[in-house]
Design a protein around this ligand. Structure first.
Ligand SMILES: O=c1ccn([C@@H]2O[C@H](COP(=O)(O)OP(=O)(O)O[C@H]3O[C@H](CO)[C@@H](O)[C@H](O)[C@H]3O)[C@@H](O)[C@H]2O)c(=O)[nH]1
Ligand SMILES: [Mn+2]
Length: 758
């Protein structure tokens, strides 16, 4: 990368406002937490008095120690927030088009049914249309589904691109995913200017025709023979046995260097490549990390762009200037040299107003990532991230690449040698006895290949940057059912917990390699899974103790109630404020609290158990791909924000049991108050528990509806209802431990990570 001397910086970093106030406030909560710990420690029932109460109390002490400790970790991502500003005009002044670095965009897809080809090519078209010189831009589609339907759609897209890209540039279109653009335009009044209106109608018709052709083949499930005969690329499917068993399928769909590959105005088109790496049943393909590494190698022989942008197939570019934003960081002469990657937030176009499943990750995107940025940079979250190629290939900060790395980083080939070479590079056997997946490329063996790869880059001395422009850079598809959301979080929390236990643990390996703040920030995510224990304890035991009238919190007349009240009220008021400030609604926040509980009680629990089994060598973690389409009635319920259950899953069994136990205990407690020793004394001692139990019931209202009231297909299946009711029937106030035994028998772990598509 050549630079034209030093000038004004290309980006600026600003500290967030109100840090002092926040730190004072947080300190006051910390004092409250300490007082709670003191209360717990000093009030443990003496041995021999009431053993049930003593053990319940000690468990609560452990849970509160955990919650307090975890709260401290979450301060790391709030303590030192920064935000970034870029100056793209300075970039354009300083760099002529031919001086800009090459950018290779990697789009990953893996399954044509849950990631429909039309969605995939919309993402591809959006990144092909970036405001960036076409000679410097190449787009690679990795298809782990090895699907000729996706290949066909890509061929169609390459033709449509010849009209679409010049259209985008002529009218400065945003967003540049055609589907998203036409949807957006349909909400606006029609274009008034005649010439533009005509061109709009023409391009829209071209798109609709293409969409029809693609959707027809998708519905048909195969490519008609006459279509196949039109492109030699299809012949590569002749030896194809299954998605798990096929040769490398490789096609340069558009060769940017080819004199004939021009758009309708005669301008160069970006290079476009299709790759389905070789798959064989006896080779582990390492999911997305494997796909990315194959792309890194193959692209090095074609365009070898210095910068690599990685997006998931649903994450279309919503902002045509993002490459330039990213380059402002990576090319800055003063401060850019140690930045390894630039991460943009994940945003979703299908979120509803109150974000029923909390999939929007508002606070994470608005607060937490900018907090990590203040300590050396956010995690790499797998999509919407610009990397330096050499860093992904393993370069130490300030170091040189070794020979193996140099061979991959350097060297384009003549087209003739290329085909053969690429087949080798994308073959299953290529990585045997190499550093790929270990020291080179994305790391293998972890369900969150992105996070572990980003962490290892940072431990090599590099920094990263979080950039959240006002026009979101990427828009994707968030899961639309409860189970999909829980399964996705199981994958994430399991992966993150594995990282904690791995060689790259942020807790010890990263010590002295990254800042303490960043270490703690990583731990926040890596400890998602173990959170399940304290949460489950807190949502079962105090309620069960109500049945036996065992008080576990200070009575209302006691001063010790103050720290409890202060911590809970201050923490939740702040969390609501933070959520509203991040653009959410009050109901959205309430929904998020429910998901907080559900994720901890199910996703994190299964992730925790699986990780332990995994580290003992009993099971191997998989990558359950999130569906990006849903049936019509499921989508309708999603739009209306009605919780989707619909199938039976061990995750739902746990949630229903939790809801039913609390209902049972609440009713029991009320009965006790009316018929027992007298209302006043009872409430005096267990009021906090009744409140806790009551909140759990309120938060579970949609679940009771799903269990008892709803008739639609998205209701809780009756098998789950029966299980949870049977469970309650077994509740005996004299043996509160009983239900746990029964629960452990009923939960079939093997199905926890899977879901059925209806
Ligand atoms: O064997 C596989 C499995 C998945 N994918 C692709 O990986 C991407 C992410 O999969 P998705 O099911 O959408 O998972 P999410 O949970 O939405 O993904 C987030 O979390 C993943 C790690 O768990 C990261 O890989 C993603 O980049 C990040 O967006 C998709 O484009 C898939 O096509 C592959 O290419 N090969
Ligand atoms: Mn996704």
């Amino acid at each position: 990368m050549r630079s034209k001397g030093h000038g004004l910086p290309l980006f600026e970093t600003k500290r967030a406002k109100g840090r002092v106030t926040y730190r004072l406030f947080a300190s006051s909560i910390f004092v409250g937490i300490c007082l709670i710990w003191v209360y717990r420690l000093t009030h443990i029932p003496k041995p021999g008095q009431d053993n049930a109460a003593r053990w319940a109390w000690i468990g609560l002490l452990a849970s509160e120690l955990w919650f307090g400790f975890y709260w401290i970790l979450t301060q790391a991502v709030r303590w030192n927030r920064v935000h970034r500003i870029t100056f793209k005009d300075r970039l354009s002044q300083r760099y002529e088009n031919d001086e800009l670095p090459g950018v290779d965009v990697f789009v990953c897809t893996a399954d044509p049914t849950i990631e429909p080809p039309i969605m995939v090519i919309n993402t591809v078209l959006s990144v092909m249309a970036y405001d960036f010189p076409a000679e410097k831009l190449s787009v690679y589609l990795s298809d782990d589904g090895g699907s000729d339907l996706t290949f066909y759609a890509l061929l169609e897209a390459s033709k449509f691109a010849k009209d679409w890209i010049p259209y985008c540039k002529e009218f400065d279109v945003e967003p540049r995913s055609p589907a998203a653009y036409f949807k957006f335009m349909s909400l606006l009044p029609p274009v008034s200017e005649a010439e533009q209106a005509n061109k709009f109608i023409t391009i829209k018709k071209l798109y609709k025709d293409m969409e029809n052709r693609i959707e027809n083949t998708t519905k048909l499930g195969r490519i008609p023979e006459e279509e196949k005969s039109k492109h030699k690329g299809f012949s590569q499917w002749e030896s194809y046995l299954s998605r798990r068993d096929h040769d490398t399928i490789f096609q340069i769909v558009i060769d940017g260097k080819d004199a004939d590959a021009k758009d309708v105005f005669g301008c160069t088109l970006p290079t476009l490549v299709y790759l389905a790496r070789e798959k064989r049943p006896h080779y582990h393909h390492n999911f997305k990390a494997g796909a990315m590494n194959a792309l890194i190698r193959v692209s090095s022989k074609i365009s070898n762009g210095e910068i690599i942008l990685n997006v998931d197939c649903d994450m279309y570019s919503n902002n045509s200037t993002s490459i330039r934003d990213a380059l402002c960081f990576l090319l800055d002469e003063e401060k850019g040299h140690d930045i390894a990657f630039v991460q943009f937030p994940q945003k979703f176009e299908n979120n509803t107003k109150n974000d029923l499943y909390g999939t929007e990750l508002r606070v994470l995107n608005k607060v937490e990532f900018s907090g990590m940025d203040g300590y050396g940079g956010p995690l790499y979250s797998g999509t919407g991230c610009f990397h330096r190629r050499n860093v992904l290939c393993g370069t130490e900060f300030g170091g040189e690449n070794n020979e193996e790395e140099r061979e991959i980083i350097g060297g384009e080939l003549s087209v003739r040698d290329l085909e053969e070479n690429v087949r080798g590079l994308a073959s299953c056997a290529y990585e045997e006895n190499t550093q790929w997946g270990k020291e080179m490329g994305l790391k293998y063996g972890c369900p969150v290949e992105d996070v572990i790869t980003g962490l290892s880059i940072q431990t090599r001395g590099w920094k990263s940057v979080f950039f959240s422009p006002s026009r979101p850079a990427f828009m994707g598809v968030a899961p639309t059912t409860l189970l999909q959301t829980l399964v996705q979080h199981k994958r994430w929390s399991e992966g993150d917990f594995q990282i904690l236990l791995s060689k790259y643990s942020p807790a010890w390996y990263a010590h002295n390699k990254i800042t303490l703040g960043l270490q703690l920030g990583y731990c926040c995510y890596c400890l998602w899974a173990p959170n399940c224990l304290a949460t489950l304890y807190y949502s079962f035991v105090p309620s069960l103790c109500l049945l036996k009238s065992i008080p576990l919190f200070p009575p209302i007349s006691s001063l010790w109630l103050i720290p409890f009240a202060y911590v809970v009220i201050a923490k939740y008021t702040y969390s609501l404020a933070e959520f509203l400030w991040s653009g959410g609604t009050i109901f959205g926040w309430w929904n998020e609290q429910r998901m907080w509980l559900y994720k901890r009680a199910s996703s994190y629990l299964f992730a925790f158990i699986d990780t332990i089994l995994n580290s003992l060598g009993f099971s191997e973690s998989a990558f359950v791909i999130t569906a990006k389409v849903a049936d019509k009635d499921v989508s309708e319920r999603y739009e209306k924000e009605i919780m989707e259950f619909g199938t039976s899953s061990p995750m739902f069994t746990i949630l229903s049991v939790l809801a039913m136990v609390n209902l049972y205990c609440f009713v029991g407690a009320v009965k006790e108050a009316v018929m027992g020793e007298g209302v006043v004394k009872f409430y005096e001692t267990v009021l906090v528990q009744i409140l806790l139990c009551g909140v759990l019931i309120l938060i579970n209202l949609p679940l009771y509806q799903g269990l008892f009231l709803r008739k639609d297909k998205g209701k809780m299946p009756s098998s789950v209802a029966v299980k949870s009711a049977a469970f309650d029937g077994g509740l005996d106030p004299r043996h509160p431990e009983l239900p746990f035994k029964e629960a452990s028998e009923k939960i079939n772990l093997e199905n926890a990570g899977t879901y059925q598509r209806c």
